[in-house]
Design a binder for this molecule. Structure first.
Ligand SMILES: Cc1cc2nc3c(=O)[nH]c(=O)nc-3n(C[C@H](O)[C@H](O)[C@H](O)COP(=O)(O)O)c2cc1C
Length: 185
């Protein structure tokens, strides 16, 4: 990482791999602009030190209304660094499968998280995740089916569907690459 060779930390907090896939797609998009990336899972054991990076992408999924505790800890710990660099927060959830919920101000989990952290990332994107009933255990499958019943989504336990808009993910990566380039050149 130098002024002319920026390096972006791409962290992901994922349970079933969708956020990891999204993080990888954003990393690919940044690399297409000649921007180096480090793709690192955000777990207790792997909490990355962002100091040698020029910007950050945080991709994190919702589980029962909450993001991983590690995400809160990370934002609290590195808050002053986060406020000094381009930041892209991407939240991944099933409520985001309807376009009107993808407005960060209307997406309850994203809004509450940012309010709680009193954090304003430079870029926020609400992304639709995947619904993969066959991968869930009985309790999780039952709970998600109940949520889907209430929100008029698929309840067939064989449903395995990816709602992620990959074109939009690529576009967000392009936009963020522009923000990183304008800060580091
Ligand atoms: C156990 C479980 C709980 C979930 N809870 C929520 C929820 O409260 N709200 C929501 O919008 N999506 C919820 N989802 C959907 C996930 O956010 C979605 O499947 C996402 O793609 C998961 O991303 P990941 O594989 O990176 O963890 C839940 C999924 C599972 C399996």
């Amino acid at each position: 990482m130098t002024a002319s060779h920026p390096c972006v930390l791409v962290t992901h907090s994922s349970r079933f791999g969708q956020s990891t896939k999204i993080a990888q797609a954003v990393s690919d998009g940044l690399r297409a602009h000649g921007i180096a990336t480090d793709v690192v899972p955000l777990t207790k054991a792997t909490a990355p030190d962002p100091a040698r990076h020029d910007a950050i992408v945080m991709v994190m999924s919702v589980r029962y209304g909450h993001f991983a505790k590690q995400a809160e800890k990370f934002v609290t710990r590195y808050r002053s660094w986060l406020d000094a660099v381009p930041t892209l927060l991407m939240t991944v959830s099933l409520t985001a499968r309807t376009p009107e919920k993808r407005d960060p101000a209307k997406h309850v989990y994203t809004r509450k998280f940012l309010e709680k952290m009193a954090w304003v990332p430079s870029h926020v994107e609400v992304v639709a995740g995947a619904l993969e009933y066959p991968r869930y255990n009985f309790l999780d499958r039952s709970a998600i089916r109940l949520i889907m019943t209430m929100t008029h989504g698929p309840t067939d336990p064989r449903t395995w569907v990816e709602y992620t808009d990959w074109e939009r993910v690529a576009q967000v990566a392009d936009e963020f690459a522009g923000a990183v380039e304008s800060r580091t050149h």
